[in-house]
Design a protein around this ligand. Structure first.
Ligand code: ADP
Ligand code: ZN
Length: 436
């Protein structure tokens, strides 16, 4: 039987959970309306009053918040508590533009760390574990969030932060790390470095990894599990709603349970804003039910995914979200066709290549071009030009089948693509330079 961090909440009946969410939502809307002028104005503009929101069934009446609202309101415009009651600021990684900042009261920090403790417990973490945290520390939420969760669970916590990969492995061996937390791309790099150091998974004590903060594929999961000899679990979150731990994976490894007592999820049609039924793919929207200092209502994440209430073998009743396919803004539109970097990753790993690749998109004579640089493993290198061309053609063909458009594949030398210690950069879109 799997252990839970907070069994009552994690296995609560649907009716009880709905009741809890309804109560929390009503109080939260009132709190926001009274304390956040920016959102009050949006509600007034839409003609919605706090009294109109009696339960989560009324949520659709509320206006959305977007990243551009957060930028407009930067830095204090969405703050719902006096700064004297706030104890922490974190910031987004700035993957897609100007950073946004989020504020936390001590109560908010406790709730956030609790969510991370649920994630660690769900992968089998206890006070017997050594939790090795290689997410970045600082403004980025990855390090501080898992660090707090690890303390709550009582793990021996190693606040490694990212970088200096050989030293990471030395510490991992000397101190017997059992749980690794970092981005999936960094986990892949650690696995590769382990091998380069002449070591195997038998030389380390890791049993599980908690990897998130960027999209990754099932193929990548299998590759990491093999290279580190572990079970690899997904974790999802964003700074705007707190950080990692908004959703976490359990033993079933088929999607992440959303901590829906704190974060109410909706899936919407990104073009019309219409709420979609369970099972349909759309943009994930979160309403923070419990945060005090920075409580966002109907925040549009731009992450595309799908929700499911299918019964889970772990016993948790919390709704599940699939692995996000990427953000709507990661999606490349190339010659009119939608392309996600994750689709390319799938093809590469399925064909025996490493997950080290760089996509370059450009526009030549008004036509979009797609070039995929793929790193070879040492045993894939050949000094026969015809061999290499044959391999490139075969990969391009496999990608064409997956994507529906023809890329140009370039096989590049082993270790020539920069490794990521945090969130990987997989795409260079040069078309944006022309558009400026
Ligand atoms: P930034 O938006 O600058 O990257 P954050 O560091 O807050 O700021 O990142 C949050 C985003 O990271 C999410 O909106 C999502 O796009 C991505 N993300 C986080 N966890 C995952 C995950 N497990 N799978 C896919 N994407 C994820
Ligand atoms: Zn489960």
């Amino acid at each position: 039987m799997e252990k839970y961090w907070n069994q009552e909440i994690e296995t609560m009946s649907r009716e009880e959970m709905k009741k809890l969410q309804d109560e929390r939502l009503v109080a939260q809307v009132k709190h926001v309306y009274e304390n956040v002028k920016y959102y009050r104005d949006l509600m007034d503009e839409k003609g919605v009053k706090p009294e109109d929101i009696k339960s989560t069934d009324d949520l659709h009446k509320l206006p959305f918040l977007t990243k551009s609202d957060l930028r407009d309101a930067y830095p204090y415009g969405l703050l719902a508590k006096p700064l004297s009651e706030c104890v922490r600021i974190q910031s987004t990684s700035g993957t897609t533009g100007k950073r946004v900042v989020a504020f936390y009261t001590q109560h908010d920090i406790d709730l956030w760390e609790d969510c991370c403790a649920r994630a660690i417990t769900a992968v089998g973490g206890t006070n017997e574990d050594v939790c090795h945290i290689s997410y970045g520390y600082g403004l980025f939420t990855g390090g501080p969030g898992l660090n707090g969760g690890s303390h709550k669970v009582g793990c021996l916590t190693l606040p490694m932060s990212s970088g200096n990969t050989e030293r990471q492995i030395t510490f991992m061996r000397d101190l017997g790390s059992t749980i690794l937390c970092c981005t999936p791309s960094y986990a892949a790099y650690i696995g590769e470095t382990l091998n380069d150091m002449g070591l195997t998974p038998d030389d380390i004590s890791l049993k599980a990894g908690i990897f998130g903060a960027e999209p990754w594929t099932e193929e990548m999961r299998q590759s990491i599990e093999k290279s580190l000899g572990i079970k690899a679990y997904d974790i999802y979150g964003l700074t705007e709603t707190s950080g990692p731990g908004v959703a976490f994976e359990c033993s079933e490894q088929t999607g992440m349970h959303i901590n829906e007592d704190n974060f109410y999820p909706e899936i919407i049609n990104p073009d019309t804003g219409e709420v979609l039924p369970e099972g349909e793919v759309g943009e994930l929207v979160f309403t923070s039910l419990t945060k005090e200092a920075f409580p966002l209502l109907r925040y549009r994440t731009r992450d595309l995914c799908v929700l499911s209430r299918k019964k889970c073998s772990c016993g948790r009743t919390l709704i599940k979200m699939a692995k996000p396919m990427g953000r709507s803004d990661d999606m490349l539109i190339i010659r009119g066709v939608n392309v996600f970097p994750s689709q390319i990753e799938t093809v590469l790993i399925e064909n025996g290549y490493s997950p080290n690749y760089l996509i370059e998109v450009d526009r030549v004579n008004n036509t979009d071009t797609l070039d995929v640089n793929v790193e070879m493993n040492p045993d894939q290198v050949s000094d026969k030009v015809s061999d290499m061309q044959q391999k490139e053609r075969a990969l391009a063909e496999a990608m064409k089948t997956m994507l529906g458009i023809n890329p140009k594949v370039h096989l590049v030398a082993p270790k020539s693509i920069t490794r990521s210690e945090g969130k990987a950069v997989r795409v260079i879109d040069k078309r944006k330079l022309h558009d400026r």
